[in-house]
Design a protein around this ligand. Sequence first.
Ligand code: GLC
Length: 546
Amino acid sequence: MNGIEATERRALGEYLWWQRGIIYQIYPRSFQDSNADGVGDLPGIVSRLDYLRWLGIDAIWISPIYPSPMKDFGYDVADYRDIHPMFGTLADFERLLQEVHGRGMKLILDFVPNHTSSVHPWFLESRSSRHNPRRDWYLWRDGSADGGPPNNWLSNFGGPAWTRDPASGQYYYHAFLADQPDLNWRNPAVVGAMLDNLRFWLDRGVDGFRVDVLWHLIKDDRFRDNPRNPAWTPDGNPFHALLPEYTADRPEVHDLITVMRRLFDEYAQRVLIGEIYLPIERLVTYYGTGPSGAHLPFNFQLIDAPWDARHIAQLIDEYEAALPAYGWPNWVLGNHDNHRIASRIGPAQARIAALLLLTLRGTPTLYYGDELGMRDGDIPPAQVQDPLERNVPGKGLGRDPERTPMQWDDGPHAGFSSVAPWLPVLDDFAHVNVHSAQQDPDSLLSLYHRLIRLRRGSPALEVGRFEPYPSSRDVLAYLRRGREGESSFLVCLNLSAQPQRVTLTDLPAPSSVVVGTRRTREGEEVSDVFDLAANEGAVIAVGTTA
Ligand code: GLC
């Protein structure tokens, strides 16, 4: 650590990189193809690292890159300790890690512990006979009295979660596809083997893991039926016909997280992020007691929330109030499983969302392409790839739309590949792409760039206190307080398509706009009232000039 860094760290009170930093998610199939097969790969990512450095993000999380039959695009792992040839080799991985670290960034991998691929050697052994020593590594049960599945549990990807294996006549459990059998995490041998898999990458210098469906690892040991969901209607997702009371968020899962966390803590500064879709009061239990929990249980509240100022203000308050003292907050706007933010709320509000994500208290995670305002792709039925859309078609559940290739320039296939990509490029790529957005100071990308630069240089935005600020119904306003001698910031976001006024009280002078959705306002001095145009947002430095 050099002298400047040491001073900075002291000034910031020794916050860790994953607290101050910004995480960027790469869906590796769709980021950059380097070998003309229409699918992204590791050398492709290396070739784009300078872009990420320019953008100013601190850490990259890459969705699974391990050998896999790709039934669920890598979330069906056949070997936890190698790289899928489609993405490259272990040597390519080493190079990627080196290049990321060489640019002062961190690399986070995806760990998929709940299930393996059905072609993983463990499962092949497990299914080979009832007496195989690995039989108990998965969840095998006899059918019910009538010969049907052992209970009513449903697969997230449609149909029953049990598949009968003709060889032994027993059923195995799979929360997702039949090609993704669930591991039995009550078996200590499974725990040991999976921790060894984590060690393999931690030893190589990986900076952390995003842990897939962390809240699913343990199922009820009595295999009780899940209760019906009274709110469900037949036009909804069939999985939600039942409440997952006995298949997820079981109390014993926390013991496993403790064990995982202990392993992470054997290494310096590694981060454990959990994918957890639960309401706030349940989500925060995944912080454990601090040293026993996940560092960052992903907070997906902004993904499901209605885009309404009062609603969001309330969920921020609830989240802030529910966090344990040692719990570091985090915010996510999008990922590879949810429709893109620009499609959910429209392009004008996507600019507001950028301001929100980068000024809330807590680690932001940004999904590739959202910084360009990429929309959901319109995938023709013949080109559907996602197993969820194939199994449960026509309900808008499919995830291909948010996985289309990154738009780099206006050349063939948007600069993603020299051949037709695995999913079609969006038809707006001629004007929505990195190259042209970098030239345009009013683009969403330029706004992200300015915001990230501001955030990185402002302790109040990175780690300062959060305070709600009084405002009208459609405006979300809050302060991020710096310490003595540091700037504080007032954030005013108009979530409506009508002009709004914010009355400013007790703001120390001078106060001025530092970053705004309308660039022309940057530098404007502010006092008494702040008028926002439709869909306008601004970050105002108060007290001292940023
Ligand atoms: C997680 C992943 C998703 C995957 C599922 C099964 O939710 O994000 O893409 O299909 O787990 O592994």
